[in-house]
Design a protein around this ligand. Sequence first.
Ligand SMILES: C[S@@+](CC[C@H](N)C(=O)[O-])C[C@H]1O[C@@H](n2cnc3c(N)ncnc32)[C@H](O)[C@@H]1O
Length: 577
Amino acid sequence: MSLYHEAAKILDDVRGERVSIKSLVYGRKDWKTDSKTLFALATEAAKWSKVLSEVLERSGVLKVEKQLKPTLAVVLVHDLFLSKRGIALPASHGLNLAVSKHKVRLSAELTKARLRRGFATLDALRASINGRTSGPSGSDSGLIPENSVLAKRPRWIRINTLKTTLAQALASTFAEYEQVSRLSDVLEAPPRDAKILHIDEHIPDLIAISVGIDLTTSKAYRAGELILQDKASCFPAYLLDPQPGDGDVIDACAAPGNKTTHLAALSTTLPGETCNRGSENRVIACEKDATRSETLRKMLLLAGADRVVSVKARQDFMKMDPTTPEFANVKALLLDPSCSGSGIVGRDGVGIPIHLPNVDAEEGDTNVGRKRSKKRKRGRDDDPKTIPSEEDTAHTVDMSEEQPNIEEGEKLKSRLANLSAFQLRLLEHAMSFPTAQRITYSTCSIHAEENEHVVIRALYSAVARKCGWRIMKRHEQVEGMQRWHLRGHQNAVGVAFTALANEPGIDAEPLRPSDVAEVAEACIRCDKNGKDGTMGFFVAGFVRDVGPHLARLDAVHETAAQSAEADVDDWSGFDGD
Ligand SMILES: C[S@@+](CC[C@H](N)C(=O)[O-])C[C@H]1O[C@@H](n2cnc3c(N)ncnc32)[C@H](O)[C@@H]1O
C-alpha cells in the first residue's frame, strides 16, 4: 500500500472507529510507510479536510475520477498544493494523474475557499489552520473534536461586551436555547441538533454550546458580537483584571488577538457606565509577525476594539524600550508567547474532525464537464469576506508549531529548553516596565519546562528581585480564578527550584516546602481533553507592590536598558502560530 492509501485508510478508520490518528499510526507495526511521515500526512490532511472537501466538491472532480475515494482524494490534493515536495508519486502514476490533470480547476477552487475565509495568502490560511484552533481555534479552527469520543469539548463563545451584553445575546441569538446548569449536559448532547447552552461559572460572559453548532454564519458572529475562544484562553485577561481607569495594558504577543479583544472589553466601561478613575485605559497590542499583525488588525476592527487598542505591528516586544514616555502609564502586561502548543487539542491527532467531500454534492461554479449556470447569483465566491474566518478567530488559540508534537527524548528536551529560554527573556523584559504592577504569563503548553520552570526562574531573576516582583497568590486572584480547581504542579515547582539553586553563581534563598506549595497553588492549569472541556493551558500572575519599589526606578531603568541591549538571539518560537 502506498503512503496515500495508508493515510486514507487511517482517516477512514479514525472516522469509523473514533480513535486517534496517533494511536492508529503508532499502534501498528505493519505500515509500509514510516510512522512519522504517515502521522504527519494524516494529521495535516485531517486539519485541512474541511477546506479540501469544499475544494473537491465544488470542482466536481470526484464525479469524473470515480476511482478516487473521498479520503484518498483529500490526502492527494493535500500534497498537490500543501506539501513542499508535491505528490510523492511519479508524474505518470495513475493516482498522481487523476488529480494533477485537474490542477488548474482545483487550484481555482482552493483560491476561492481561501478568499471566502478572508485570507490574502495561502500562508495566512495555513497559519490560521495550524494556529488555531484553537482557535481560531480554535482553538477551534477545525480541530474541534466533533467526531471524537476521546476529546469531548464544547464550543466556547465569549460574548463581546464591546458590542453587546450577555443578556442581549441570550435574548436574541440564543433565544431558542435551553439553559443547562451543568457543562456535562452540553458535552453529552447530540452534536448538531441540541440547542442547549451553559453559562460558565468562572469566566464572566462566556457560554458553552454544542460543538456541532456552527455560529459563523449568524448575524451576531458576523457583527463581531461573539468571539469563539476556548475557556482556558480567557484566563489570562481575566486574571490580569484590568479595570477601567487603572492605566495602560500591554499585550506583548498579541495576534490573532483573542486576548487583546478580551483585555479591551474588560478595561472599557460599558454603555451607560462611567469611569470614575479618570480616563479609560489604552491597550497596546504588540505583534512581531507581519501576516499575523494584519489578522490582529482585522480582528480588532470586527470586535470594535480598534478604538481602545493601539497596534504595534511587526514589533518585536524585546525591542520595545520600557522607559520611553509612551509607556509611562503602563500598569499591566499580558504575556502569551509562542510555545510548543502541546496543549492544543489535535496536535497529537486526537480529536481532529475529519470532513469528507460529498461525491454527489452540487458542484460550484467551476463544474467539471459542465457549463457555468447562468442562474448563478453573484455571491460568496465573488465577494471575498473580510470577516476573519472561524479558523482565524476561534483558534484563538494560541498555536505554535506546524508539525504535530510527536518528538520525544533528547529532541523534545532541547526544543523545550530553547522555548523556555525565549519565554523567560520575554517575561524578564515585561518585568522591566517601570510602572507595571501586574503581569500574566501564559502558554498553551502542558510541559512544566514552559510553565512552572519559567515562573520559578522569573521569580528568582535579577530584574524580579530588584523590582520586587512576586507571584500573585491564589487568595489575591480574581474570584473566578481563586475558585478554579486545577493548580500548578508542586513537583515541577520543586524540581525547578532545586535546579536553579544548584546552578553556580545563583544566589537563591532556600525555598521552604510551604513556599513550593504556595507557588504551585498560585499557578493555574487546564487539562487537555479533560472533563472541563478546555485545551491544555497554563497561566500565572505576578504582582509588584509599587510603593517602596518605585524608589528603585533607576535600578529598573538600568535593567531595562540591559535587556534591550542584550544579544537576544531572537528565538521566535514557532511563529506559524
Ligand atoms: C501564542 S500566540 C499569541 C496568541 C494571542 N495572545 C491570542 O490569544 O490570540 C504568540 C504570538 O506571539 C508572536 N511573537 C513571538 N515572538 C514575539 C516577540 N518577540 N514580540 C512580539 N510578538 C512575538 C507570534 O508571532 C504569535 O503571533
